[in-house]
Design a protein around this ligand. Structure first.
Ligand SMILES: Nc1ncnc2c1ncn2[C@@H]1O[C@H](COP(=O)(O)OP(=O)(O)O)[C@@H](O)[C@H]1O
Ligand SMILES: [Mg+2]
Length: 242
């Protein structure tokens, strides 16, 4: 076994996911195998409907495979009941989505502190940690704003602060810049790159090849399968030659 394998954070073995709807079924993942190391930065690319979000949901313990094995930090997740799975998810995984998923009518600070309520952290410490997280994403001066008073880029930074407030080792992002202009997108990706350089493991679905080129590794998904798995330098070069 190599050192990399010893430190694998996420391991998928022949993962399949079939959605059944009445008589018909959709085979969203058709046997996906990978290993992602602690501290790695991985971009997932591929056409719409290819299974990227399904894969991210499995990685994030939001869903379970129909077949295959998924190991999280060496633990076979099939052995976790729903409560243990949720507890692991809350402790170890932050999520960022395209639509920010912030609660309006609550300040940025309250949005960011929310996961700590579920984690049972006391109010004073919740506020301190939410302030720290907002500071980390460069929004100390917007703590008491409602999300509706913030730009798209700022909203996504609040969402990233919320994802990080529980100090998870892993951040999963599903098209985090899908609703942002190119300037805000660049800001979000600089922020994610910064967090990765501080040790965060990052898995990001994106359509933007410039963004993928900043990840260490690119997984390409087509029709429910991983069709390539390359380091991004090779990816950028292949793109330039194409
Ligand atoms: N909850 C669901 N029920 C039924 N089919 C689904 C569900 N979620 C996704 N699908 C189908 O699975 C396939 C993969 O979807 P998805 O993982 O969302 O792809 P992507 O994120 O790459 O666009 C698509 O054909 C989609 O319609
Ligand atoms: Mg998707």
């Amino acid at each position: 076994m190599t050192g990399t394998e010893a430190q694998a954070l996420l391991v998928g073995e022949d993962l399949q996911r079939v959605y059944r709807m009445g008589e018909s079924e959709v085979r969203a993942l058709r046997g996906v195998t990978f290993s992602i190391a602690l501290g790695e930065s991985v971009a997932i690319m591929g056409p719409s409907g290819s299974g990227k979000s399904t894969l991210l949901h499995l990685l994030g313990l939001l869903d379970r495979p129909s077949a295959g094995r998924y190991l999280f930090a060496g633990v076979d997740t099939a052995r976790l009941d729903d409560d243990h799975s949720a507890a692991l998810r809350n402790r170890a995984i932050g999520f960022v989505f395209q639509n920010f998923n912030l609660v309006s009518g609550e300040t940025a600070l309250d949005n960011v502190a929310a996961p700590l309520v579920y984690a049972g952290v006391k109010r004073k410490e919740r506020t301190e940690r939410a302030r720290e997280a907002l500071d980390r994403v460069g929004l100390s001066d917007r703590m008491h704003h409602d999300p509706s008073q913030l730009s798209g880029g700022q909203r996504q930074r609040v969402a990233i602060a919320r994802a990080l407030v529980t100090r998870p080792p892993l951040l999963l992002a599903d098209e985090p810049t899908g609703n942002l202009d190119s300037t805000s997108s660049a800001e979000i990706f600089s922020l994610l790159a910064q967090l990765h350089s501080e040790g965060l493991t990052l898995v990001t679905i994106t359509h933007d090849p410039r963004i993928a080129a900043r990840a260490e590794r690119v997984l390409r998904v087509e029709d429910g399968r991983i069709v390539s798995d390359e380091n991004s330098a090779a990816y950028a070069q292949a793109g330039a030659l194409a």
